[in-house]
Every structure is written in C-alpha cells, then in structure tokens.
Design a protein around this ligand. Structure first.
Ligand code: PGA
Length: 257
C-alpha cells in the first residue's frame, strides 16, 4: 500500500515570534509553489502557534503542538491542553518525544495518557519512540524489543479505529537526535518493518499497512533523499534542519519526481 509521505518540522524551543512568522511564510511559499504529493506539518513552540497558524492560513500545512497535557483542563500550571491546541488551529501534536521523556519526566504511562487525550480530543498524534545509546549498544534485537515495548505501552488504551483515524508513529533513535549521527537507512527501515509488524500483532495487518511511520534523528538536506527513498519510511520528523528554509525546503523536495 502506498502511503503519502509526511515531512514534519519540530522547531523545539527555538526562534522568536518574528523568526517563527518568517519561517512559516517561507515554508508556505515553498509548499504553495511546489505542490508536491506530500503532507507537511510544523510544530512551533506554544507561544508562536497563533502567529504561525495565521501565517499558514489557506494552506494544507498541518499545525501541531510539540506536547500536550494529559489533563483536560484545570489547575495544572504551565500545561497546555488538547482543547487549547485545537482552539489555536492545531491539527495534531507530537507525543512522547524523547526530550519530553528525558527532561519532562514523561513515562510510558504519561505518554499513553497524553496519546489518548490527544486522539480522543480530536487531534492527530505523532507518537515518538526510540532507543537510547545504551540500549543500542546491547544490539539490534534488544533495540527492537525496547522500541516495541514503548509502542505497546503507548497504544495500550487505543482502539484500532482511533489509531487508523489519528495515529502516526515516529521512530527516533535518541542517540541520533541533534547529534549529526543517523541510523543507516537499512537499520532504520528494519526498525520500521519491526514496528509495522508490531502494529499488525497488536491490531491488524490492515492497520499496519496504512499507518505512517516517520524517521527522525539528524535528518538533513544531504541525507533526506536516501531516507525518504526507503519504502518502509513514510516521512521524516526534522529538528535542527527544519529551522532554515533552505534545508527544510530541500528535505521537502528530496527524492520527489
Ligand atoms: P534533529 O531532531 O533533526 O535535530 O536530530 C529530531 C527530533 O528531535 O525530532
């Protein structure tokens, strides 16, 4: 089954309002001009969602949060709810990014609760999974088992219909994020195939064959075509290289006919 590619930019805690607006406009220009058969998603910092939403108005570019609260509303100082993201024009959100797991204290249980909250509130969700350097050192089989465990824990409360409607998975080996190291395309493709088989086990072949699985971790203008050329890889989640239109634009076009 052919799956439409998704090129997602995670701006993390970068830019200011002027820079965010300028970058959003530049991405809009690129997408409107090229009109490739690919989806594009941008995840700016919370305070710039509104200004970026305005800059993207009238385009098919999907706006996303970088995270969300597991709670619906109430006394949770500093948190941002799914409803607020929707109110600001978000289509989706990242969930379980390794930086939220590492610095934000997100456990497998938090990730499960956030994923359910996102999808049941009407957002699409990009669920991030990936093994650390120390797990990777123990070998490919251990890495696969670890990532499969993260996936199963996150999906524990979701039905097949909910996954089909709103779920994307992003495989992001933690040791590759922001380090300039990437998994080889064949290693990444093998992990993607394993994740797809896990989804087939947990739910069905039908869901597994239609679910998009992105790769993330030091994707850049030079390696994107190779990564996107692997049939198991349905898009990329880009951090550093999404902050400049030159590199993000090149990634968007990479390997396109
Ligand atoms: P990177 O980040 O592209 O800067 O490695 C990817 C991510 O964290 O999603």
């Amino acid at each position: 089954m052919s799956r439409r590619l998704l090129i997602a930019g995670n701006w993390k805690m970068n830019l200011d309002s002027r820079g965010a607006t300028a970058l959003a406009r530049a991405v809009k220009h690129e997408i409107v001009q090229r009109k490739l058969d690919r989806d594009v998603m941008l995840a700016p910092p919370y305070p710039y969602l509104d200004t970026v939403a305005r800059a993207l108005e009238g385009t098919p570019i999907l706006l996303a949060g970088q995270d969300l609260s597991r709670h619906e509303s109430g006394a949770f100082t500093g948190e941002v709810s799914a409803g607020m993201l929707i109110d600001l024009g978000c289509h989706g959100t990242l969930v379980g990014h390794s930086e939220r797991r590492e610095h934000g204290g997100d456990t497998d249980d938090t990730v499960r609760a956030k994923l359910e909250r996102a999808i049941r509130s009407g957002l699409s969700a990009v669920l991030c999974v990936g093994e650390s350097e120390s797990v990777r050192e123990t070998g490919a089989a251990a890495s696969m088992a670890f990532v499969e465990g993260q996936l199963a824990a996150a999906l524990a409360g979701l039905t097949e219909e909910e996954c089909a409607k709103a779920l994307t998975i992003a495989y992001e080996p933690v040791w590759a994020i922001g380090t300039g190291k990437t998994a080889s395309t064949s290693d990444a493709a093998a992990m993607h195939a394993h994740l797809r088989a896990s989804v087939a086990n947990l739910y069905s072949e039908a869901l597994a064959s239609r679910l998009r699985i992105l790769y993330g971790g030091s994707v850049n203008a030079a390696n994107a075509a190779d990564i996107l050329g692997a049939s198991e890889i349905d898009g990329v989640l880009v951090g550093g290289a999404s902050l400049k239109i030159e590199s993000f634009g090149t990634i968007y076009r990479a390997g396109a006919a």
